[in-house]
Design a protein around this ligand. Structure first.
Ligand code: AMP
Ligand code: MG
Length: 327
């Protein structure tokens, strides 16, 4: 028995499978990402079909990478939500098949909490998570027995905003990295900056940027303005969460956290506050199976008792719904 944990991620466009040792050593990390046809967004059923085709091979490959037989695993974990229903169900089905075939315990975990807990593998102990992905934009931290959402987007996710802008101006999906490559300052074109209390909104910024593009403004200048404005909003909310909670660690997560300018802004803000900033590798910022496996391990090792709902997907599995008994 190796007590390694296998994790399956399938909440959106990425099918990922990872294996971690109880010491937090990453033994395997494989992923396959669904790319929507040119000009369209993600269709949940098409993404799910992609995952159905990808998952069996990914599971085989990670076991080979880690040189483990399935019955040497201590646990199979999967992301039970939040996410797209058809995608979640494919991951849950794969996890269930693997666990039941080999008599292994099965545990569905929260995807957003996994983005936070992977920061603990980087050395954080009790961080605020700035989670910036396609569909999710949240500032999360642990307080009084639960992971609390301190602030979040009131409309679309920050990555979604970048991708939608990119699509409208003729860039291939995903737009985020392409805009990063194009962005050129230093002249900062004003765009709507929308922070309301601890929450953010991005659709006004998107509309204004598209209008300026239609009026003939260069893409490089707009890309720069979008990044500066949207990332400053996210960093402002994260900074206020740090100030209110007194926490001294920030973890970055989600695909948008791969962005060098965002990382730079977060580092500047945390340095000024004497806060440690943990920016996991890009492979661990994007959706991945390793973080699911790691959260499964942390919960199991912390004495979490598996309940019946842990084998049920939940599209709207909010970060603050689960009582945290394992910390
Ligand atoms: P996720 O939903 O966490 O898998 O992340 C996907 C999102 O991350 C998409 O919206 C991408 O456009 C965005 N993304 C990935 N890399 C970058 C980058 N370098 N800069 C900005 N956004 C990015
Ligand atoms: Mg994610």
């Amino acid at each position: 028995m190796s007590s390694a944990v296998l994790g399956i991620e399938s909440t959106a466009h990425t099918a990922g499978v990872g294996i971690v040792s109880p010491e937090g050593k990453i033994l395997a990390d494989r992923k396959a990402t669904f790319t929507p046809p040119e000009g369209s967004g993600i269709h949940p059923r098409e993404a799910a079909q992609h995952h159905v085709a990808a998952l069996p091979g990914l599971v085989r490959d990670v076991l080979a990478d880690a040189q483990l037989a399935p019955d040497e695993l201590a646990l199979v974990a999967y992301a039970r939500g939040p996410g797209l229903g058809p995608c979640l169900r494919t991951g849950a089905t794969a996890a269930r098949a693997l666990a039941h075939t080999h008599g292994l315990p099965l545990l569905g975990v929260n995807h957003c909490v996994a983005h936070l807990e992977i920061g603990l593998l980087e050395g954080a102990t009790d961080p605020v998570l700035l989670y910036l992905s396609g569909g999710n934009t949240q500032v999360i931290g642990y307080a009084h027995g639960r992971y609390r959402v301190f602030g979040e987007t009131l409309d679309i996710g920050i990555g979604n905003m970048l991708d939608k802008f990119g699509r409208e101006v003729g860039l291939e999906f995903p737009g985020g990295p392409k805009l990063e490559a194009l962005a050129a300052g230093p002249e900062l074109e004003p765009l709507p900056y929308s922070v309301k209390g601890m929450d953010m909104a991005f659709s006004g910024l998107l509309t204004a940027a598209l209008r300026k593009f239609a009026d003939g403004m260069e893409l490089s200048r707009l890309a720069y303005a979008i990044q500066e404005t949207a990332f400053a909003m996210a960093c402002e909310v994260a900074e206020r969460a740090l100030a209110h909670t007194g926490k001294t660690e920030l973890v970055l997560g989600g695909g948008v956290a791969c962005n060098a300018r965002l990382r730079e802004m977060a580092k500047t803000m945390t340095r000024e506050r004497d806060v440690a900033c943990f920016a996991p590798s890009k492979a661990l910022c994007v959706d991945n199976g390793v973080m699911i496996a790691w959260l499964g391990h942390v919960m199991q090792a912390g004495g979490y008792e598996i309940q019946s709902q842990d084998d049920r997907v939940d599209q709207r599995f909010r970060t603050d719904m689960a009582e945290v008994t394992w910390r």
